[in-house]
Design a protein. Sequence first.
Length: 296
Amino acid sequence: VSTQSTGFSSDECLRTSRTTCDNCVNSGKFKRKDLSSEARTAIALVRSCHSRVTLIQLAEALRGSENKKSQLLASCPGFASMKGRNRSEVERLLRRLVSENYLRERMVTGHMGMVVSYVEAGGKQLTSPLLMDVEVERREPIPSSSSSTAQSNVDKVVACCYEALLALRKKIAGEKNVMVHNILPTEALHEMSEKRPHTLAKLRQITAFTQLKVEFYGEQFLSVLKGFPPGKEARDQGGWIDTAVASANKPTRRSYQGKGRAKKPAPPPPPPKPSNVLNLMPMPMSKIPKKPVRRL
């Protein structure tokens, strides 16, 4: 509003709560700070890196991200210098540097025709303070009315059991050097975490847990499952909850069909031909009745 020279003050905005803007409401949550040192660090990181980097990748490197692309810049000065800062604040700082020509973006067309914008040093030197509004009071997200504030004991045990089964499946897959779904499908882990069997016979009843997989991995999964109560878990208002029965009655998105897709049912047999259909096959000459010859 101030850029339009209207003279509209924040006091006039706060006078009517129904039409108050977010800037005036959150005025106490932001503070103007000098970010010139952080800006110089970002510019030095761009100049020292030997590989092309985008603005998002530069922001992640300043925040010390552990992803693969950011780790390539770990040896550059300024890496993780803004660790703990909000991602939006780091990106706002970088876009401010681009808009004032301290940094610039160069468009490069790849071999597939896709255009990527890379960041490089600009034509200006930062000599004056760089003032920006920084959030000093973190705004907590408003919880939705549909989410529950407290989780039941049953759900907590099922979630903990599922996480433990996921970790075990990942460990076995790493030892066998195969994909995790080759050990067991995710549907089987959900079913195990809800039923929590304690014997090999009960484990054999789990979907996709064949006899061969019971012999290979049965004891390892039982060692995890025995750390949790089987079936019945917590007391609710109506008494004990049998999670095994509840999981059996719960509809699933898709059932495990084994290898390949389910076979289509065979088509019904064709209806029998009616008996009054004319036989159009030619009759042999020997069976044609001879007509008597008429003499004149």
